[in-house]
Design a protein around this ligand. Structure first.
Ligand code: HEC
Length: 179
């Protein structure tokens, strides 16, 4: 009897585990899959280039589509339909693997490592809990060749989530001032 009860407990625990895993799967399915616009280097505005703030071994170049650029420049908001694309670059290191700085104290980009995309559309936040809401933006990460890397986007949402005063992006002032 005791044995059977404990086996039952094991099987309940197992089914709870399966339920939890299934829950993760459902959330992953609901995470919208974005596509990478093929012609963004020519059709988007390239508005920012610099060393990455939280990644010591990377540099970044950021592009915005016309909807995002026009919104930022008109009244500092990014309307639905906005798309931002960030090229993440590896940077030069010396023989010991230390990051090399140029004469102006900046890292020297050596190659494209990955491409990060944000797109904003109405209602895209609805399925997420409050601490992961980011003003209806969805995130995606592609390889340098443009293949979707299938990564979990939770960390993206967590880090961009606090930026409530700048449309949940880090470079709003730069976009507003872009040519
Ligand atoms: C730990 C914080 C952090 C995480 C995690 C993070 N970002 Fe960002 N993101 C930044 C910062 C800071 C910038 C500004 C440029 C820089 O210094 O890297 C940025 C810039 C961007 C931009 C350009 C628009 C803007 O906000 O200025 C895009 C697009 C972007 N990130 C997408 C992503 C995607 C996709 C992910 C997840 C795969 C992600 N980010 C994860 C901090 C983060």
């Amino acid at each position: 009897m005791t044995l059977r009860r404990s086996m039952m407990a094991v099987s309940i625990a197992a089914s709870m585990l399966v339920g939890a895993l299934a829950g993760v799967e459902v959330l992953a399915q609901e995470d919208r899959v974005l596509t990478l616009p093929e012609d963004y280097r020519t059709s988007f505005t390239r508005y920012y280039s610099g060393d990455r703030v939280f990644n010591e071994d990377q540099a970044i170049t950021i592009y915005a589509n016309a909807i995002a650029r026009d919104g930022a420049q008109k009244d500092g908001t990014l309307p639905f339909g906005s798309v931002l694309i960030a090229e993440l670059h590896t940077v030069e290191t010396d023989a010991d693997g230390a990051i090399v700085e140029s004469a102006v104290g900046r890292r020297i980009p050596t190659g494209l490592k990955a491409i990060a995309v944000m797109e904003r559309q109405a209602g895209w936040d609805e399925q997420y809990p409050d601490d992961l809401k980011v003003g209806d933006w969805e995130f995606e990460l592609f390889s340098a060749a443009g293949e979707n890397l299938g990564k979990d986007m939770t960390a993206c949402r967590e880090c961009h989530h606090p930026l409530t005063d700048s449309e949940f992006i880090f470079t709003l002032e730069h976009l507003a001032a872009a040519n």
